[in-house]
Design a protein around this ligand. Structure first.
Ligand code: NAP
Length: 256
């Protein structure tokens, strides 16, 4: 039996349970994916409880992707570099931390035929999601990439690890027409602000999958659903060692 789930707070509306539970059923595996609203002070004991209950692993979401690192027995290299863990595997009562957000983002780009080579990219945000995106940007080397974040210190910290240049928040609007790809990795909906100034032929990618996507002629719009599917597929593979049923997972979240 694969016992899995997601830990976060306040954890409002997540599509992950539907996606994973359908994936278990599709492969004929006995498995469950449950949601756990856990308060900060209880995170450590919640993880101990999962070990005792025989869980295979869990996803970790806001606000614990960084905080959880100190509670793990081991963390893989990529998650360490990104500084955020979204997947825990439990084996022999030990907690192993991984980050599948980066692969989720990278595969979603390929599926949407968004190429980074020779592109000018703007990453807005500097939290856990943004750091996974920055990991992919660094790996794929666009012509140039800029980072813009409300708190400049956090943007500088990200740039120190992953490269890129700082775009000051007060220069955002003015600079938007320069970019081929604008990625919103903040928790706020920036479509109205960005689309006004983005040029034809460019792409707006929002990591969030709950915002209602607007339309602008000539601008390709992508939301976080595909990233959700592929990061989920990464977690599913780590827990079950089986090939995730991608089509089933996509259907579960409504991308096909
Ligand atoms: P996070 O670590 O809490 O970071 C939040 C980011 O949003 C920070 O850059 C923060 O800026 C910025 N922000 C928050 N409120 C703001 C405001 N009022 N004005 C301007 N900036 C603001 O969150 P996260 O985990 O990176 O998640 C970010 C988004 O990505 C969320 O929408 C999440 O759902 C999405 N996400 C999606 C997937 C997926 O699979 N599709 C995976 C991961 C994340 P400061 O540094 O100034 O606070």
């Amino acid at each position: 039996m694969f016992l899995t789930g997601i830990i976060g707070f306040p954890l409002i509306k997540t599509l992950s349970p539907e996606m994973h539970n359908r994936a278990f059923r599709a492969l004929g595996l006995e498995g469950r994916y449950l949601t756990f609203r856990v308060k900060g002070n209880d995170l450590k004991s919640a993880l101990q409880g999962l070990k005792a209950l025989g869980f295979s692993g869990v996803n970790i979401t806001n606000p614990y992707k960084e905080k959880v690192i100190d509670l793990l027995d081991q963390i893989d290299r990529r998650a360490k570099k990104i500084g955020a863990v979204n997947t825990i595997v439990i084996r022999d009562r030990r907690l192993y931390g991984y980050n599948t957000d980066a692969e989720g983002f990278e595969i979603s780009l390929a599926v949407c035929r968004i190429h980074l080579r020779r592109k000018k990219v703007l990453l807005i945000g500097a939290g856990g999601g943004a750091r996974a995106v920055a990991y992919v940007l660094r790996k794929n080397r666009p012509e140039k990439y800029y980072v813009c974040n409300r708190t400049r210190k956090k943007a500088m910290k990200l740039i120190q690890v992953f490269g890129g240049e700082l775009l000051k928040s007060n220069r955002l609007e003015k600079s938007l027409p320069e970019f081929d790809l604008v990625i919103n990795a903040t928790t706020v909906d920036l479509q109205a602000r960005c689309l006004k100034r983005m040029r034809k032929g460019s792409t707006y990618y929002d990591l969030n999958y709950r915002f209602k996507m607007r339309k602008k002629k000539g601008v390709k719009m992508v939301n976080g659903l595909l990233m959700l599917v592929y990061q989920g597929a990464g977690s599913f593979r780590l827990w079950t060692k089986r090939r995730p049923p991608i089509k089933v997972m996509k259907r579960a979240v409504g991308v096909i």
